[in-house]
Design a protein around this ligand. Structure first.
Ligand code: SF4
Ligand code: SF4
Length: 165
């Protein structure tokens, strides 16, 4: 299973990912069409700021997903690819998922009174946020690939630090 990873030092906080998410989940799927839509299309990814740092916060599609466990209506489920998705017609608006998500990435559609969350752009090979990121801070990776990549980054960082000292 692949996941969306953030390489923090590459993120400039430009919000291209957040905008692409909202456009992908709009009716028109175009930027200008999405801007004109009412209600405005909801983003599923949030570029947040804290102490001068900005970065996107997005659904991890947790293996033991608290949101799925908390959903008494059978709305949230894990699909065959391992993505946490929703049967939106089953949502009863109890907001249990919002209360238990440790990343704060479930929101609510206040008009339809249903929960809104990342569907990992399951019909696309590359999710809209990943495709939109100009610095490739967001990347699709197989889960097992990441540790080796992080180790290579450590080698580069450490060897650079030694040669500079
Ligand atoms: S919405 Fe939150 S709890 Fe549910 S899978 Fe995503 S990160 Fe995990
Ligand atoms: S598009 Fe890339 S650089 Fe811009 S905020 Fe998102 S992750 Fe950061």
């Amino acid at each position: 299973m692949n996941r969306i990873y953030l390489i923090q030092e590459r993120c400039t906080g430009c919000k291209s990912c957040e905008i692409a998410c909202a456009v992908q989940h709009s009716k028109s799927k175009t930027l200008f069409g999405a801007i004109a839509e009412r209600p405005a299309p909801a983003r599923r990814l949030f570029v947040e700021e804290a102490e001068g740092r900005r970065m996107p916060v997005l659904c991890r599609h947790c293996e033991e997903a608290p949101c799925v466990a908390s959903c008494i209506a059978g709305c949230l489920y894990v699909d065959a690819k391992g993505y946490v998705r929703r049967h939106k017609e089953r949502c009863i608006g109890c907001w249990s998922c919002i209360m238990v998500c440790p990343f704060g990435v479930v929101t609510r559609d206040a008009v339809a009174r249903i929960a809104v969350k990342c569907d990992r752009c399951h019909k696309l090979d590359v999710p809209a946020c990943v495709a939109a990121c100009p610095t490739r801070a967001l990347q699709l990776r197989e889960v097992d690939e990441l540790p080796a990549e992080v180790r290579r980054t450590v080698v580069l960082r450490e060897s650079g630090a030694r040669s500079a000292s």
